[in-house]
Design a protein around this ligand. Sequence first.
Ligand code: PGA
Length: 250
Amino acid sequence: MRVFVCKDYEDISGRASEEIAALIREKPTCVLGLATGSTPEGMYRKLCECYQAGELDFSGVRTVNLDEYYPISPENPQSYHSFMNRVLFERVNIRREQTYLPDGMAADANAACLDYERMIRELGGIDLQVLGIGQNGHIGFNEPGESLIPLTHKTALSENTVNANARFFQHMEDVPRYALTMGMKTILSARRILVLANGKSKASAVAAMLSGRVTTSCPASFLNLHDDVTLFCDRDALSAMETSGDKETL
Ligand code: PGA
């Protein structure tokens, strides 16, 4: 894994958006794997700025998102469909029919997950997958546990994740308990992976990811099995490494 220590959140967002912009210029019909959450918001803002400056054309780009709550309507402002519309899709010239997220309204969640895998295959696979990392080391909604699931599936969210998501909902009982998420193999099949992490709340997850071990207690550690992963992070996100004296291993 290549690790770039960035000055601050703006720097992380800038570098990540430059990677994506370079890919879109090189391959205008690329398949981008996208993530939601607070971390990539700055990256989306910068991509929109590039588009508004006339420097980027999204008309051929296809996107597949990592996950969506379940059940949730795409019109719900807290759905990941709504999030992606707000931060990117409504603001650039992407063709909406070329953007895909798991179907949070599917009557049959398992069938929707199989369809999602088939759709990714038919697109030719993911060229570059963007990931945030959960405080508990999850990627997508692949939560720490005794085992991990390879393909897109319905999953129960961990208590830690439910609590981390609570800030977006008015009442605790509104916070979704399930999601549809790409699985570990889906993510690891992407040709390139970009991980973004900032802030002290991510420090222990980042330290576990970079510990050199692969363990289901930190799903992000499975990224060590992939040949082309880049981490853009700030010093706070690395602080658990620094205090343990492991910084040289970067
Ligand atoms: P965050 O979430 O970007 O809102 O911190 C990341 C994640 O949980 O994967």
